[in-house]
Design a protein around this ligand. Structure first.
Ligand SMILES: [Fe+2]
Length: 311
């Protein structure tokens, strides 16, 4: 039986390693803490690297990596994948495989948080140039799927997550490892696609400051601010066209305890957004027209509706 500790990092392919590294530092406040060959290692405040950029011909998410529980070895992870007849590769970094829709997954060994000790992290002296207003940590990843039931089974039985909650019987599913309500989630749109990387922020004030900052860099927020009905987190989403995904900044996520039983929420806008609207349809698309529609807010201009609906 596989046992996980937490999400570890996301590996993202980028066209220009230097430019993307600077972009992530300037826009999202992460800090480059290492450079290894074709890879740039970026960290949130005080954390181990949680976003790894890799020079690649095709930009986009390559894998999401999860730490094994303390004492659980990569050899045991290999044995577990063999038992489930899952193809994998083993490298120095970890054990890498794919889910049923080709999304990359990596198991890495447990590693203590950087400088972890009994005092709050803020107590420590540091010479690292971490940025004021930076995300606290990588929180979760989210995927669109065309095969939700089999995918959820795969993440429960092969990857080793637990079901937190469901959106309707088959519209969405949220999976957790520890206390955070979800470390990954699926939305059933009929097609597989990586959707977003989510960073945990201190509070709404910090998120407000970050979205002001991102707007100045021309980032568009097609959905937000919202409070999710499922998971309870306050959130907003900016598009990252060059990464073929969105970035979520959130705070105040529901914390689950050991007695948690999965719940099924109605598939309506309240479950998605307590405060107001569902996302625009472009939020589930990654084509040029959708990106342009968001940039000009065409989905909110009445005269543009027939064209957007394909009439
Ligand atoms: Fe999310």
């Amino acid at each position: 039986m596989i046992k996980l500790h937490d999400i570890d990092h996301v590996l993202m392919g980028v066209e220009d390693l230097d430019a993307s590294t600077h972009q992530w530092e300037d826009e999202f406040g992460l800090t480059q803490v290492g450079r290894e060959g074709r890879q740039s290692l970026l960290a949130c405040n005080y954390e181990n690297p949680s976003l790894i950029l890799q020079q690649a011909a095709k930009p986009g998410i390559i894998h999401a990596a999860y730490q094994l529980a303390p004492g659980f070895s990569l050899d045991e992870a290999e044995k577990h994948l063999k038992e489930h007849r899952v193809q994998y590769t083993r490298s120095e970094a970890g054990v890498t495989f794919a889910d049923l829709e080709g999304n990359g997954i990596q198991f890495v060994e447990y590693r203590p948080k950087q400088g972890q000790d009994k005092f709050p992290r803020e107590w420590r002296q540091t010479t690292r140039n971490h940025r004021i207003g930076a995300p606290r940590r990588l929180g979760h990843v989210n995927y669109l799927t065309g095969d939700i039931h089999r995918q959820v089974d795969f993440y429960l039985n092969v990857v080793g997550m637990k079901l937190a909650d469901k959106l309707g019987a088959n519209a969405g599913a949220f999976l957790h490892i520890g206390a955070d309500h979800h470390v990954m989630a699926f939305v059933n749109t009929g097609d597989a696609h990586f959707h977003h990387i989510a960073f945990d922020m201190l509070d709404w004030g910090q998120i407000r400051q970050s979205f002001d900052h991102l707007a100045q860099y021309g980032r568009v927020m097609p959905w937000g601010p919202v409070r999710h009905g499922i998971g309870g987190n306050l959130a907003g989403y900016v598009r990252l066209p060059e990464g073929d995904c969105f970035i979520e900044l959130y705070c105040d996520m529901e914390q689950l305890d050991a007695t948690h039983e999965p719940r099924e929420y109605p598939d309506d806008r309240h479950s998605s957004n307590v405060w107001g609207l569902l996302p625009p349809r472009s939020y589930f698309r990654f084509d040029k027209e959708s990106i342009e529609a968001e940039r000009e807010s065409l989905q909110s201009i009445w005269e543009k509706q027939p064209a957007l609906l394909g009439d």
